[in-house]
Design a protein around this ligand. Sequence first.
Ligand code: GLY
Ligand code: MN
Length: 462
Amino acid sequence: MFNKEIYVERRQQLMRQVSSGILLFLGNDESPMNYRGNDYLFRQDSTFLYFFGLDEPGLNALIDLDEGVALLFGDDATANDIVWTGPQSSLKEKAEWTGVTDFRPTADLAPYITSALSKQRTLHYLPPYRGEQEVHLHALLGIPVAEIRPKASAAFVKAVVLQRSQKAPEEIAEIEKALAISYATHVFAMQNTKPGMRESEIAGAIEGLALAAGGRLSFPPIFSIHGETLHNHHYGNTIAAGRLIVNDSGAESALHYAADITRTLPANGKFTDQQRAIYDIVLRTQLAAIDAIKPGVYYKEIHLLAATVIAEGLIAAGLMKGNTDDAVAAGAHALFFPHGLGHMMGLDVHDMENFGEKHVGYDETVSRSDQFGLTYLRLARKLRPGFVITVEPGIYFIPKLFELWKSENRHPEFINYDAVEKMLGFGGVRIEDDILVSETGCRVLGQPIPKTIEDVESTMNG
Ligand code: GLY
Ligand code: MN
């Protein structure tokens, strides 16, 4: 974890944002895979990590705003526990690491809250994203499970989002550690992918490299010859010569800051002319989008700029037709680019999306569109210095979507259906980097990972 001063300062900053009551921080517990004791890899709650830094199950905390104190709740391991787990730090030590002087047994948490509620004090909690958290909140607050999420504290969410959105230098350094591991995994994939291998051979190696480097992955990797399926977590295909492979994978640093990188590779190390043409449009789109990022610009505008470059490229390639701006306004490009340009990134790969994207990526000045494609944009709001965001345009040929649009004759003035039909089976291309919004513009984080056609091919060919 960071030095305790960082957590003390983060909590003090938060205390200035919410006026009164109690802020409750539920740490995560072990989550069984198929029976207790055979658990998923433990992942601490990101907000708990941000404000307390303690990366272990069985901890909860609160900040009593009216008393001006933070309290840590947990239990020391018993001798019987230690037989299974090995030596454990005491609650007192954990409290010291995070700069909390008031630490108490877990059994004291419920009476503290019951007493506060009996005095009509406000208990602020964050919306839960795991069933265990809902059950815990129900037990602590007596609220029916169905009412827990709607009754979460808007003021608490707003204050946490405000603070976590703006990354401090030590957080950028962590993200760059995650990116250093991701550099290694992406270059490994470029150097070792060969026709005839199974996707799982490289997907598994990516995960192993991240673990071996002392981190882990920030989300299940996508490594697929069917890159047209946006979140493809199947690794069972054989990599056929001539296919494109989408590698969307990123590491998490030891302190759990994420990276999220996508590169698209030709299976046999050389793009065909047709692949080059589509790849070139996506690369030009990504570079144009990065070029336009600066504080004060709405990310929705950058998304629409990306859509415009894609539509222009597809019109030039004969796959779309008509006026570019009209096509983008109508949403016709979404046949090929059906997702958003990017999202916030930090302690979560889609940072803070457990609060709901509308609290993270949108605000009172910009609301979510219901147009197909644009509706999947996770981040639309005005960019500010310190935001870390992804830029990940793509072009995909999705047979099912094509069939649907063709059967409904959607946007016939903008789509060359005959030409697009010939592209089915192409797969997809996506290119993604992680960007820090600076005071004046932006910076691509991490060591550059091969991205131009020439650099990808030369890395793949030694
Ligand atoms: N890396 C997967 C995503 O951003 O959705
Ligand atoms: Mn992403």
